[in-house]
Design a protein around this ligand. Structure first.
Ligand code: SAM
Length: 226
């Protein structure tokens, strides 16, 4: 019996859609870093979370030290580093060395010198307390095993008054809703500032409250302000 072409096409389409849905459901249940070989998935257009939207929310200024967690292949990294100028510094931290090597290669090609890479997890950041003016992460939090620990670590390394910007898109199977993000960030001590974009593709900005706002005050100890 000869197979009808429309039946073959419909079966193929059904299998493809089933595989795509199955893959997405599986990824939503398993928190794994996006592998280097799958990096094409973050190369698709992202109209709701553009570099321009990130700049609007993060407002990186010359001379600042900013942390980017999970740069992947560096979609945002190089333009943020450029904004920080020669006196500023962008620290990038990723759990996968191959992602860091890719971004560092691009930085070398563009003669970007203010970008420093570290391999590790956001759940245990290898930085001292309060050293960053701000931090950002885009489509990363959903891949992290312990996002509450990640938020506590980000709070620790950002200076009082510094900002945290988190970007998410529904095109990513590990999408984190604005509400879940809000709960995680405020539980760690951040104050919500603003959001740009709809739920399906947004940047949210949080502030680590200045000490005065947290009911604390600076005191002098042995001649030093602590
Ligand atoms: C979906 S990619 C996003 C890449 C980039 N931010 C972008 O928007 O193009 C997620 C990145 O987060 C990194 N990542 C996942 N879990 C991490 C963790 N616990 N600590 C640091 N980086 C992590 C992955 O290795 C990957 O580079």
């Amino acid at each position: 019996m000869k197979a009808r072409p429309w039946a073959v096409a419909a079966t193929t389409a059904a299998i493809a859609i089933g595989a795509a849905i199955g893959g997405t459901v599986w990824r939503r249940r398993h928190r794994d870093p996006l592998s280097y070989t799958q990096r094409f998935r973050v190369q698709i257009p992202r109209p709701l979370i553009t570099r321009g939207h990130l700049f609007e929310m993060l407002d990186p200024r010359p001379g600042e030290r900013i942390l980017e967690v999970g740069p992947g292949y560096g979609y945002y990294s190089l333009s943020v580093a450029d904004r920080l100028g020669p006196k500023g510094k962008l620290d990038i931290l990723d759990i996968q060395p191959r992602m860091l090597r890719h971004t560092l290669r691009s930085a070398r090609r563009l003669r970007t010198r203010n970008l420093v890479a570290a391999c590790g997890s956001v759940e245990a950041l290898p930085y001292r307390d309060e050293v960053f003016d701000g931090a950002f992460l885009v489509t990363v939090l959903g891949e992290v095993n312990d996002p509450a620990a990640a938020m506590r670590e980000l709070f620790r390394v950002i200076r009082p008054g510094g900002r945290l910007v988190v970007g998410e898109t529904f095109a990513d199977p590990d999408w984190v809703s604005p509400q879940s993000l809000h709960r995680l960030a405020t539980a760690a001590g951040f104050r919500f500032e603003s959001r740009t974009g709809p739920r399906l593709g947004y940047f949210s900005k949080f502030i680590r409250p200045p000490l005065g706002e947290m009911g604390l005050r600076y005191v002098k100890s042995a001649g030093k302000t602590v």
